[in-house]
Design a protein around this ligand. Sequence first.
Ligand code: COA
Length: 432
Amino acid sequence: MQYADLFKSKRVSMDEIVREVKSGDNVYVHPGGATPLHLLRAFSEYARENLQDIDIYHILTFGQLDYMDPSFEGRVRHTAWFAGGNTRKAINEGRAQWVPVFLGEVPQLIYKRQVELDVVIIQVSPPDEHGFCSLGVGVDMTLAAVRMGKKVIAEVNPRQPRSLGDSFVHLSKIHKLVEVEHELDEMQSGEIGDVHRAVARHISGLVEDGDCMQMGIGAIPDATWLEIADRRDLGIHTEMFSDGAIDLLEKGVINGERKNLHQGKIVASFVLGSTRCYDYLHNNPLIEMHPTEYCNNPFIIQQNDNMVAVNSCLQIDLTGQVVSDNIGSRVYSGFGGQVDFIRGAAASKNGRPIIAFLSTGKGGSLSRIVSEHPQGYGITTTRADIHWVATEYGIVDLWGKTRRQRARALIDLAHPDYREGLQEDAIKLGLI
Ligand code: COA
């Protein structure tokens, strides 16, 4: 109760809170499931008439972002550290900017004042009896933003889970707050098909009892959790935690007992998934949330033996160069934590970094294994970093292999319709 007065003194209306943003400000927005949707809607309305030269920074956010509309030109510009469905078009039309950056290093952009944040917009859980609000589903780089921003304004939402770990912001740090109540946006995984299960079966062949897992969201990770449901004592050290792992946690398959670091705990930086997943996070001492400069730091990741990191890509060439964030000159997503975890898992004792994907895209009309990336494609994971590669046709380890060995192995992982063409190209290129 002692913080009730402090809470009241900071509580304002939506109309009032958006006035905290002034023309020329650099603004940070809490991403993912924590996207402060109501406050952003009110901010957009206010900015449309009253503000100019606002720069907004964030990674993947959810929902409709009105300020991405072309009509906001000159008023609000966006810089993405990771693109999503609601920002991709603006980036590719040149109305927004995109930064290639490792997720584990985004907080350093803030701490090193590469970006000076004037206003930080967050969504937090209601304060506890000590006056601490939780950053809930997203600690990521938001903790850095809260520490470094000149002004923090917050949506306080009782639907925001009270996550534990390094996830707390004291009321005294919040300049103004507005009370809201809305469900967090959910991110649903794609449906698991036979082809995803086939990839997952190959991955599962590498997963041993006691391994420490990092997996993203999507049908391949979800299928992989199903395939490894008979293992014992699995652990998790990940940037993103999602629904796929919950059944295994409830069955005790994942218990973190053999982790070297944070034994018995799941370590994650943000949670993206369904309401079930967000509810599971609430007040759960099993899950420790940490910022990405910690979770994604390869020197931290490697301290867990037996790290298995499973990430995906859009395209790979026959030498093992991985493209995950772009389709040529078009930005698709971002570096995220892919390289952070590949490097961390590679350095972990008995670690296994895996890039897993379906062999074709666009309904089978293109091969994701290509002889060469066309001009304009940017490499996300280099061919020196690549280790295991999995498709529905198998799994191979490219690490330390020659170009010839890699080309042969990758042709075997391609869809049969494309193997002959790849073989011919590989000969022309002198790879085999
Ligand atoms: N060229 C053109 N389009 C391609 C393609 C290619 N080589 N490969 C795939 N696509 C298409 C797919 O067909 C799909 O389009 P559709 O839905 O119209 O069919 C779309 O691109 C996305 O492909 P999909 O396989 O569904 O992607 P995904 O949602 O599983 O995401 C990545 C894959 C690589 C984009 C995503 O994992 C990513 O952004 N990774 C980088 C960040 C990272 O790894 N972070 C760590 C884990 S959280």
